[in-house]
Ligand binder design. Structure first.
Ligand SMILES: *[C@@H]1O[C@H](CO)[C@@H](O)[C@H](O)[C@H]1NC(C)=O
Ligand SMILES: *[C@@H]1O[C@H](CO)[C@@H](O)[C@H](O)[C@H]1NC(C)=O
Ligand SMILES: *[C@@H]1O[C@H](CO)[C@@H](O)[C@H](O)[C@H]1NC(C)=O
Ligand SMILES: *[C@@H]1O[C@H](CO)[C@@H](O)[C@H](O)[C@H]1NC(C)=O
Length: 411
């Protein structure tokens, strides 16, 4: 009896494990309407405290506010430990208050950054059990405890950030290591409903999107100045991609190649951001884009109206045809090397509604001296599936799922 029961338990655990080996870790991804931030949800510690945390594509690790966090299974990472060294710890922190997560002595410090308020401070690193609603349980999961007031600027429902950058203790790398899966993750940020953040697995299989996937290399740049701490030999924690040209309604913009390349001073190139609302472009690219879009829009009988800052190209909503995938407007393609490899930005991703009467081209001018020429923002990521295969240094992406009558909440 006892042995058949334990056989049964082993069998059940075996089944759960096999299914996770295929899908990896799957977490919900929601959009906060007020800030346009995307956040996920999981549980931490012995009390399975629910943590909502904003995803940060260049973040270093998981951090959350610990002032109200209680658990009996947490442990500080000691200074001078191998783990502290692997985490590139800086300094050693102590505390005089009542002991608890966030207040311990001899604790490895690390720089946590809140990109919405430009806070960068060193706080202690801890380990505790991570768990998800679909029964993944990962003991000794590394995170940093920050005080409650550090979370300023984050979506109201959230209390931390999930760092998904190229960093030793980034969220995806820790999950992949603990689950013995390849270092890769995907985001499918919803415009409404519940999308997905996955780690370790391949593309979702509920609705087949394999035919929509295109692949382009992820580039490694040197870190640029918006990174909290770096030395010259470090490689960038951010995800750069090799956009070579931009097409509007099929016509290639005449932009100097040098803007798209990354020079020795880390200037130029294209990266993907989960922090910036709208794609921002070097003035020389933006002007060409806005001009070409305006011309193609007028060919489609869209009527220009007064601009609403920070946008420059705005249209009367009644002159734009609506489809299931958003407004029907000229397509914008980010073109990569290779045959037919491009990211098509269309409909809901290209336009932003200002009010019922007005919609604008949802791109902004980054001025004439941005470090990175094109920074792709969250508005352009909604309802697109993006898989960051960090181990293979490749990005797989679909462009808008809405165009194919699919969505992040249904894949
Ligand atoms: C994004 O847009 C929202 C709404 O306009 C605004 O509240 C928020 O501050 C913006 N965030 C960033 C990082 O620009
Ligand atoms: C944390 O707990 C304190 C005392 O119980 C309470 O006053 C405060 O509102 C809580 N803060 C949060 C962010 O939950
Ligand atoms: C840290 O060490 C100091 C000095 O030994 C001690 O007073 C303090 O209570 C300790 N803090 C914690 C949280 O144990
Ligand atoms: C789109 O998908 C929904 C749900 O899967 C389905 O009910 C609807 O008929 C589809 N629409 C079109 C135009 O294919």
């Amino acid at each position: 009896m006892a042995s058949s029961l334990s056989y049964c338990i082993i069998l059940v655990l075996g089944l759960i494990w096999t299914s996770h080996a295929q899908t990896g870790l799957v977490l919900p991804l929601r959009r906060d309407a007020k800030t346009s931030q995307f956040y996920t949800t999981f549980q931490m510690g012995s009390n399975r405290a629910t943590i909502n945390a904003v995803i940060h594509l260049s973040g270093q690790h998981l951090w959350f506010a610990c002032d109200n966090y209680t658990s009996t299974t947490y442990a500080p990472i000691p200074c001078d430990s191998a783990e502290c060294e692997a985490a590139k710890g800086i300094g050693c922190s102590g505390c005089n208050g009542p002991a608890g997560p966030g207040c311990t002595n001899n604790t490895c410090g690390t720089a946590s950054s809140n990109p919405f308020f430009f806070y960068i401070t060193s706080y202690g690193l801890y380990e505790d059990t991570f768990s998800s609603k679909d029964h993944v349980e990962l003991p000794d999961f590394i995170f940093s405890c920050v005080p409650n007031d550090f979370v300023e600027g984050l979506a109201a429902a959230t209390s931390g950030m999930v760092g998904l950058g190229r960093f030793n203790i980034a969220f995806h790398r820790v999950v992949a290591e603990k689950m013995n899966l390849p270092d890769r993750f995907s985001i499918c940020p919803p415009s409404s409903g519940i999308g997905k953040l996955t780690v370790g697995g391949g593309a979702p299989t509920k609705s087949d999107i394999s035919g929509l996937l295109k692949t382009t290399p992820l580039l490694v740049n040197k870190p640029v100045s918006n990174q909290p701490f770096f030395s010259d030999n470090d490689l960038s924690q951010e995800y750069f991609i090799d956009v070579r040209s931009i097409r509007v309604a099929g016509e290639t913009l005449s932009v100097k190649d040098s803007y798209f390349a990354i020079n020795g001073d880390r200037v130029g190139g294209t990266k993907i951001s989960s922090v910036q609302n709208y794609t921002a472009m070097h003035t020389s690219i933006y002007k060409q884009l806005a001009r070409a879009f305006d011309k193609a829009a007028s060919d489609m009988k869209m009527k220009s109206v007064a601009a609403v800052a920070p946008f420059r190209a705005c249209y009367g909503a009644e002159t734009v045809k609506m489809t299931g995938a958003g407004p029907e407007v000229p397509t914008i393609d980010l073109v990569f090397p290779g045959k037919d490899v491009y990211w098509r930005i269309s409909g809901a991703n290209s336009m932003v509604d200002i009010d019922r009467k007005t919609m604008c081209l949802a791109f902004v001018d980054a001025g004439s001296r941005p470090t990175t020429s094109v920074v792709i923002g969250t508005h352009q990521l909604e309802e697109n599936y993006l898989e960051f295969d960090v181990a293979a240094s490749q990005l797989r992406f679909t462009s808008s799922l809405l165009v194919h009558n699919k969505s992040c909440s249904r894949i």
